[in-house]
Write a protein that binds this ligand. Structure first.
Ligand SMILES: *Cc1c(COP(=O)(O)O)cnc(C)c1O
Length: 195
């Protein structure tokens, strides 16, 4: 996760072999992509997405990890340039049911997954969650295990689902132990964020 970090820092990590970078804000990401256009990187958007940003996301990102409502699906598909191939999509789940968090409710998953799968310009790859940072380890494990259950269920109905994105610098080992296939590491790679 390269949010708040300058393009130079991304370039250094890319030089060590890291190819995939995640950003929370479209404008910040586009600025970095411009500075790093000479590198073959894979850009992931992981943040609240408004409908009026769907075009920029479809045109400039490889992955969207935070799709959480049906309204975004048609505009993303419409604006995806065919030459880029399908946009890789993860559905964000609000696994701890926090009022302040983005993400769909688990009950909404089947319908969202169907709607994404119906769009050739989008490729449904799996699920993403940002569990609450509970001090109690058992509660964090419960959230990761619940995500794993949802992921396994979704997989039975959709071929091609292979990605469960969960775990950050402080808890990626726990997430991996509970079935994460992709972790999102920020501060452990880049150092602490000042903001
Ligand atoms: C910043 C961020 C991370 C990484 O957080 P660290 O604790 O710095 O590793 C992971 N996921 C999302 C969605 C983020 O915004």
């Amino acid at each position: 996760m390269s949010k708040t970090k300058p393009a130079d820092a991304v370039r250094r990590l890319a030089g060590l072999g890291q190819r995939a970078f995640g950003e929370n804000y479209v404008q910040e990401a586009l600025a970095k992509q411009g500075e790093l256009a000479d590198l073959a990187l894979e850009w992931h958007l992981i943040g609240p997405l408004q409908s009026n940003k769907c075009r920029e996301v479809a045109e400039h990102f490889d992955w969207l990890q935070s799709l959480d409502r049906a309204k975004l699906i048609a505009p993303l598909a419409r604006w995806r340039p065919p030459a880029r191939g399908p946009l890789q999509v993860l559905i964000q789940v609000n696994i701890d049911d926090e009022a302040s968090k983005s993400g769909c409710r688990p009950e909404q998953l089947p319908e969202l997954a169907e709607a994404i799968a119906a769009q050739p310009a989008l490729c449904l790859r799996g699920l993403m969650a940002i569990p609450a940072p509970h001090a109690d380890r058992a509660l964090r494990v419960r959230a990761f295990a619940a995500m794993r259950g949802l992921f396994d269920t979704l997989r039975t109905g959709h071929a091609g689902i292979d990605t469960l994105s969960m775990g950050m610098s402080d808890d990626f080992e726990l997430a991996l132990a509970h079935g994460a296939t992709m972790v999102r590491i920020g501060s452990a790679l880049f150092g602490a964020r000042s903001a």
